[in-house]
Design a protein around this ligand. Structure first.
Ligand SMILES: Cc1cc2nc3c(=O)[nH]c(=O)nc-3n(C[C@H](O)[C@H](O)[C@H](O)COP(=O)(O)O)c2cc1C
Ligand code: SF4
Length: 410
């Protein structure tokens, strides 16, 4: 890998640091909304919040959606364990985020923006309000954005409710509306029926910041980075057993081994990619790439050294999910405690092979049948540990027979 492409937490070395306030927005406003959208589409940008949905497609659908009052919502809930890159972006590059939201408003025809800010980031609010005020004073927000008559847009900050599930976009909208933060049935999707029933785009903090860079530096530049299906650079929050933890900007498509070399984590026996909801990748598979077509992630990378007890980690994650599940659907509400119970039996050497197989089957059912990403991904870590670390697992089951192999997608 090219080490020059990697940039550690020293945020003045990130691409974002080279973009001046107003640069991306002025470029966007020089063209009709449809042309600005074409730039985003050509760049190939996919959402940086984890799911990797095409940003331009979401915006195109919202632009076409009938509705007088449209909303641009920035998802700054950042609750995934091991993720902290949005906090860094908000602290150091809030202008780029607000500017990306303003470009989104220009594209879809919205006048209202909302930042849903993680409750634990309350300390960032005065700083963010100050940046917003500075942008209003500079005419970059308000009744005629950058002097563009007929384009009014402003942004309000609303505090999150301290629940991980409120990061899921429909639960976030429920929470914004003052309801309990529970995921909605989809369809209808937020682009049609979002905040207060109006067309709404919800995007991650980093996604908005990259939109600004794309308009400022050109879609060609972004498309030329990363892979064909996962263009551009991405910010990673790296923690755990490595010499240089921090926030890194790296090209999409980097291998796990290259990333580990960058952060000083070569001795790792595994890497948990995508936070608690992600997968545990063993050393034998460090040739895999971090990209939507292989290992997708919102950016959390937890390096696990040889001494780490992976079952203990999966128990920790399941305890987290148990605490955070909204309890609305049966597979998640009933499945998580069962998986946790199973991990406890394993830890105590009291789990039989038959029961382990049942647990794996239950995990697969949860992946298929849970209503939202929380329940769908809660079994991921345990299932990947059972699949890749049989030595660690089988040493703790009563009857030592490898579980039947299941074909699962990456
Ligand atoms: C349980 C759960 C928590 C989530 N938390 C976040 C979050 O904190 N930030 C975020 O951007 N996306 C989060 N998401 C993903 C959002 O639902 C949504 O896909 C994302 O905000 C869309 O933005 P993007 O297309 O720019 O990635 C979460 C999803 C689930 C299922
Ligand atoms: S999967 Fe879990 S968090 Fe999501 S709706 Fe069902 S119970 Fe709630």
């Amino acid at each position: 890998m090219t080490t020059s492409a990697a940039v550690q937490t020293t945020t003045n070395r990130l691409t974002f640091a080279a973009i001046e306030a107003g640069q991306g927005l002025n470029a966007a406003l020089k063209q009709p909304p449809a042309d600005a959208l074409r730039q985003v589409a050509f760049s190939g940008l996919r959402g940086r919040g984890g799911a990797g949905f095409s940003t331009s497609l979401k915006w195109e659908l919202a632009a076409k959606s009938a509705g007088e009052r449209k909303y641009v919502v920035c998802n700054a809930d950042e609750g995934e364990p091991g993720t902290f890159k949005d906090r860094v972006i908000l602290a150091d590059f809030a202008d780029l985020v607000f500017e990306g939201m303003t470009i989104g408003a220009w594209v879809i025809g919205a006048a209202h923006g909302i930042v849903y800010l993680r409750a634990e980031y309350t300390y960032l609010r005065p700083h963010l309000e100050a940046v917003l005020q500075r942008r209003r004073d500079a005419g970059l927000l308000g009744s005629a954005v950058a002097g563009q008559n007929g384009f009014a847009f402003d942004i309000a900050i609303r505090m999150g409710s301290g629940a991980y599930v409120c990061g899921e976009e429909t639960a976030l909208i429920e929470s914004l509306e003052g309801q309990r933060g529970e995921p909605r049935n989809r369809p209808p999707f937020p682009i049609d029926t979002g905040f207060l029933g109006n067309p709404t785009i919800v995007n991650n903090v980093e996604t908005f910041a990259w939109v600004t860079c794309i308009l400022a530096k050109g879609a060609d530049w972004f498309k030329g980075l990363g892979t064909e299906k996962s263009t551009g650079h991405k910010l990673f929050s790296v923690s755990g057993d490595c010499a240089r933890p921090g926030v890194y900007e790296l090209p999409m498509g980097i291998t796990v081994a290259e990333l580990l070399e960058e952060v000083g984590g070569e001795a790792a026996k595994a890497v948990q990619i995508g936070g608690a909801a992600g997968q545990c990748v063993p050393a034998a598979r460090f040739d895999r790439t971090i990209a939507y077509e292989d290992i997708p992630t919102g950016g959390s990378v937890i390096v696990l050294g040889p001494q780490r007890d992976l079952l203990r980690m999966s128990r920790n994650f399941l305890e987290f999910f148990l605490e955070e599940s909204c309890g609305q659907c049966t597979p998640c509400r009933e499945g998580i405690p069962k998986l946790l119970e199973g991990v406890e039996l394993l830890q105590n050497g009291r789990c039989s092979m038959t029961y382990l197989e049942e647990l794996c089957g239950l995990g697969e059912t949860m992946q298929q049948a849970s209503k939202c990403g929380l329940g769908q991904s809660a079994p991921n870590a345990l299932l990947s540990i059972v699949e890749h670390f049989q030595d660690e697992i089988l040493g703790r089951v009563v009857a030592k027979r490898p579980p039947a192999r299941r074909e699962r997608t990456a």
